[in-house]
Design a protein around this ligand. Sequence first.
Ligand code: DAH
Length: 343
Amino acid sequence: MKQKIENLLKQFETKKEAAKTIADAEAIRLEFMGKKGYINELMAEFRNVAPENKKEMGMLINSLKTSIETGLGELIQAKKDEELENQLKNDKRIDYTLPVNQTIGALHPRTILQKQIIDAFVSMGFTIEDGNEIETEYNNFDSVNVPESHPARDMQDTFWLDNGEVLKTQTSAAQNRILKTHGPICRVLFPGRCFRNEELDATHENTFFQIEGVVVDKNVSVSNLIYFMKEMLKGVFKKDVNVRLRPGFFPFTEPSFELDTTCPLCGGKGCSACSHTGWIELCPCGMIHPNVLKEAGIDSKEYNGFAFGLGFDRLVMIKTGLDDIRRLNGGNVKLLSQFGTKI
Ligand code: DAH
């Protein structure tokens, strides 16, 4: 019987080699595995094997069965692949002489700038955090010192959801959670997509991007804020730029500022990107309001800090020369991919 098993395996291998089509493979299956096939024949003979040889013979038959099953599987798959290949070759609709399309796409200019800004802050010891896009009213407003009665709520046209939550109008919505988890001593940067129910025009989108940063420690000062922003700009524009502060108003900061930078394109001489003023409005910022620190459980007598909320779509427009913010969300791959290596 042992000899028979060995011969069957050899026979199977020879037939497998010779098979040309799926039909051939099916015929082999029947011959070996079918009802009246060799394997069943073997099983019938197995009943008469002496008990002391049953174990060995059983194992040999099993391994023969497995080899044939695997071999058949491989054979059928190979024949199917061959048939498909032949079909495709004969399909006149496909022109195999056409060159391969090598377009691999490019990073969005916004993604590239965000990475450059992140890299600059990471090198200054910042941790990066992600925010939610749907936020509670508390996180988006109350926790950052914007109670219901506050006029600042009307400044941001909010998309309210049926359950009372909001599409976050500002990355500041993550401040409370971040100060609670990272504070009281921390440097955190949290980029994110924000939404406001705005009239759309060349400089306003209902979906836009901000990068928020907070630094909390002992004895933080406005000059620290200026230093960090200048370093970041140096990292992004690869040259020294000047910044200036103008007074601003935001409920989360006291005092609040608007930070401008010398135009990175003309170096402050005046060009069309900076409306010939030499300055570009960069970001609102300020010293974190004690109420915001207290709400996050930080002792505002011992610790203080600064925060900024950089609407960086403006920077992307300056870097790319695109004069309409809507193009950034437009998804025109041809337009956007040209900045992939340029930016
Ligand atoms: N959240 C503000 C807005 O979207 C921007 C902002 C202002 C963020 C001052 C800050 C800040 O962190 O300190 O209008």
